[in-house]
Design a binder for this molecule. Structure first.
Ligand code: NIG
Ligand code: FE
Length: 421
């Protein structure tokens, strides 16, 4: 038994084990002078320090030094398996080139695909491992990771096996997503009938191989004009659902195309991006269990003024999550608290809403809200300790790394620079 003691605030997010909506997003259930008891991988109790010290007199103590102790952040949208960074595209965009224009010229996702195909699984694993350590160093303890830079059966399986290899060796909780429908690969784009042939490959061969290998929990599709149409997205996701995968979607990122409506209609666990969501898309997500996962870092990094209408989504009753979208093209950041900053300054969330969006609602976007995202008895012992006195400082010190330590399932995630015993 371990007792986490001495935190100035314990932000528990305790409440129902499901996505929070509307005013529920503002109740972080903050406790002062509280301790958290951890037994093995789970939280045993949260309560007044004196009471828990009496109940568990032999427990080891972890001294939190007046900081803020909270649930580990849940990053429900990343593309962390990639080779080289794509810094040249940042300059190209600054000089006026558009994201989709860069992709149409064979850059963007295609550049990462060419690069990933040339690398071995071992090489990709060695590149990804320190990225996970960096994510954990900013407070994250659960990371969803997508494939999607392989786009052949062999290369998509290679990426998913890298995620499985990482999951077996990191204390972080990883959730693998198959994103074979991230792009139509160039070799199919240029061939007559190629588009249809890639669709057939996705549904007829790649999906069954992913499912047979038990390599993914979710299927995702980049549904966007110029990438996959709504009808193509429906075909892939219906097949994935029938094969037993839960569903995610890149929806209405750059143009409104009915993506959010489709995600809600299919019962997807989340619809992600949504910077260009329509009024009917907002209504559809408000009426569905599907979590609206917003990625404000992406629009910032692409230099776009548009941001998802977070207030309208929350006010309509949708469940809103935040995530980094960590990827080499549109959001190369591991700094989840910075995304909370953008949640407040760009999406106009309150600090409490931003925190809920990165904990309970992030877990809900992964179907994990009944066991992850809260400091409450029975929940996974996923904790983050920040060198701040008030949780509102988390989005405030923007860009700073205030995270002192993270634990996932009771195990330390970033042992370097760890001043607590
Ligand atoms: O979520 N929108 C599509 N996929 C990624 C970007 C991938 C890339 O540019 O490499 C995203 O932004
Ligand atoms: Fe993405």
């Amino acid at each position: 038994m371990r007792l986490f003691v001495g935190a100035g605030q314990v932000v528990t997010c305790a409440g129902p084990g499901r996505a929070r909506r509307g005013s529920e997003m503002r109740d972080l259930a903050i406790r002062t002078d509280a301790a958290v008891a951890v037994e093995g991988e789970r939280i045993a109790a949260v309560g007044p320090r004196a009471a828990l010290e009496r109940r568990y007199p032999d427990a080891d103590r972890v001294e939190c030094g007046g900081g803020v102790l909270m649930p580990g952040l849940v990053d429900s949208h990343t593309h962390a398996i990639f080779g080289r960074p794509r810094y040249e595209e940042q300059e190209q965009r600054a000089a006026g080139a558009d994201y989709l224009a860069i992709a149409a010229a064979g850059g963007g996702i295609h550049a990462s695909v060419r690069d990933l195909r040339r690398r071995s699984g071992d090489e990709l694993l060695a590149l990804a491992r320190p990225r996970l350590a960096r994510l954990a160093a900013y407070g994250t303890t659960t990371v969803e990771i997508k494939s999607g830079y392989g786009l052949t059966i062999e290369d998509e399986l290679k990426a998913l096996r890298v995620i499985a290899g990482l999951a077996a060796t990191t204390p972080l909780r990883l959730v693998p997503t198959w994103l074979g429908a991230h792009e139509i690969p160039l070799e199919y784009r240029s061939a007559p009938g190629g588009r249809q042939a890639y669709m057939d490959l996705l549904v007829g061969e790649m999906l069954p191989a992913v499912v047979a290998g038990r390599l993914a929990c979710f299927a995702d599709v980049f549904c966007e004009p110029g990438v996959f149409t709504v009808e193509e997205t429906r075909r892939v996701l219906e097949a994935a659902r029938a094969a037993g995968l839960a569903l995610k979607m890149h929806a209405d990122e750059l143009a409104p195309a009915g993506g959010a409506e489709l995600a809600a209609g299919l019962g997807a666990t989340s619809a992600d991006h949504l910077a260009a969501i329509s009024a009917s898309g907002i209504a559809a997500l408000a009426a569905a269990p599907t979590v609206a996962t917003l990625l404000p870092g992406t629009m910032l990094f692409l230099g776009k003024a548009a941001q998802a209408p977070a207030r309208a989504l929350i006010d309509a009753g949708a469940a809103v999550a935040l995530a980094t979208d960590f990827n080499p093209g549109t959001s190369p950041t591991v700094n989840f608290p910075l995304i909370l900053t953008l949640g407040v300054s760009q999406l106009r969330l309150s600090a409490a809403e931003a925190v809920m969006a990165a904990t309970v609602n992030g877990a809900a976007a992964l179907g994990l809200a009944d066991r992850v995202g809260q400091l409450a008895p029975g929940f996974s012992a996923d904790l983050a300790l920040f060198d701040i006195e008030d949780i509102r400082e988390l989005p405030y010190w923007y860009g700073d790394r205030r995270c002192r330590a993270t634990w996932s399932r009771g195990k330390a995630c970033h042992p370097f620079d760890l001043p607590v015993p």
